[in-house]
Design a protein around this ligand. Sequence first.
Ligand code: FAD
Ligand code: NAD
Length: 458
Amino acid sequence: MADQTGVTDQVDVIVVGLGPAGEMVGGKLAQAGLSVLGIEANLVGGECPYWGCNPSKMMIRAGHVLTEAGRVDQLAGTATVAPSWRPVAARVREEATADWDDTAARNRFEEAGGAFLRGRAELTGPGRVSVAGVEYAATRAVVLAAGTRPAIPPVDGLAETPYWTNREAIEAREVPESLVVLGGGAVGLELAQVYARFGAAVTVVEAHDRLASAEEPEASALLQEALAEEGITVHTAAKVSRISYDGAHFRLECGDDLGVTGQRLLVATGRRPDLAGLQLARVGLDPEAKAVAVDRRMRAGDRLWAVGDITGVGMFTHVAVYQAEIAVRDILGEPGPAADYRAVPRVTFTDPEVGAVGMTEAQARAAGLRVLTGVSQVSQTARGWIHGPGNRGFVKLIADADEEVLVGATAAGPVGGEVLSGLAVAVAGRVPIDTLRHMIYAYPTFHRGVLDAVRDLS
Ligand SMILES: Cc1cc2nc3c(=O)[nH]c(=O)nc-3n(C[C@H](O)[C@H](O)[C@H](O)COP(=O)(O)OP(=O)(O)OC[C@H]3O[C@@H](n4cnc5c(N)ncnc54)[C@H](O)[C@@H]3O)c2cc1C
Ligand SMILES: NC(=O)c1ccc[n+]([C@@H]2O[C@H](COP(=O)([O-])OP(=O)(O)OC[C@H]3O[C@@H](n4cnc5c(N)ncnc54)[C@H](O)[C@@H]3O)[C@@H](O)[C@H]2O)c1
């Protein structure tokens, strides 16, 4: 096999899937001296560098530049802005993805000492995996790191249409005249705003009664307002009953009185692992489960570990690589802390950017905590006032009144994901609220809004 180098049928460790999680586990175990076989069906690096985090953030960066340039008239003179998708598509091709070529990542893995096999793996039993009918055995560990794929809802007609997932949206060489985005979560919102900023007439259709429903309701309201201001149409609580395509346009039927049309349709309704395809039942695990259940050391069974999105936790690259480090330590028998998800940070890179960590207010109340909340508005801070146009946002803190620590926080605004950093430390480190109230915050920063929110806790 052309893609097969130094592959033997018995190794210490087999890693199934070389996305951010599997690449890290495989590379580190190989560097530690174990014989590692890494199996990847598609591109070494996974979803994040080729169709996820990196190219989408390059697109978002370009959209932000356009919007900032549009504010010159209000702040600094005059500017004429003429959006062009050409440099964006070129940068995604040339800089982010090397035209979807994983040679560099594969070399990196092999230079770390791993043996690489391109193919789709399935489990054949404990410690055993097969690819294209050839079986491989691992004496020490099989690590499942097969990630997820888009969850396509069973809407009548959808499967017969040429809909986009994140992959086509990232690979696009042109901006459609109109785009319908099904799903108002992270993928849908980030890409909806990018495409709108480059001239598409965008409609977001969300089943839940608010956008970004995993986050604070204040974040949902903020995003809805910001998107509307940019001309994006948002339908929430929309139940799509049928989708059709007439060769030029998609049409979504949402009940009796709403029909939505667009030249392209992006389906962004979540992601699921393909557990049946991995033949999970052959190692005694439930292939119908939503994710592979793991303990706090990423163990999923006898000589079996799972890391990354396939575990259903977080579904972020930073969680995937966090779990990978824990699995590496556990497989090597090294000491170190077990997984702790109390302070998982997450950022939706819209404008305003929504950063959050730990629990939302609703989650804290559902957990039975005696909850205090504190809110400040970016526009009412000195920095927000100086910033002017584009200063929408807030800080919301969730505190455990008995423990006198923060258990969650949201920082939404121009650099919400960066403001989040201190809040993530406060939640992870259980910094006493009294300390947060009496420490010094640099003037005039966006993060000074945290002090106003701390003072507002009640
Ligand atoms: C549009 C978009 C934007 C995103 N933006 C961000 C962001 O800004 N920040 C963030 O933290 N996260 C972001 N994410 C999420 C991030 O991409 C994932 O959390 C991350 O890629 C998970 O890594 P993973 O290794 O678990 O899985 P994946 O990256 O999905 O990698 C799994 C790999 O396993 C391979 N595979 C699957 N089945 C098999 C098999 N049977 N045999 C062999 N190989 C197999 C796949 O081909 C794939 O390469 C984004 C996702 C999307 C879709
Ligand atoms: N910035 C980031 O870190 C980032 C960016 C993009 C994606 N991601 C990750 O990728 C994963 C997938 O993102 P996603 O946005 O696809 O999933 P998601 O679960 O975040 O959002 C999916 C949305 O689609 C809606 N939905 C589901 N079925 C629907 C239907 N039939 N009609 C209308 N709406 C429907 C849901 O209510 C939800 O709001 C996320 O878990 C996220 O962790 C992260």
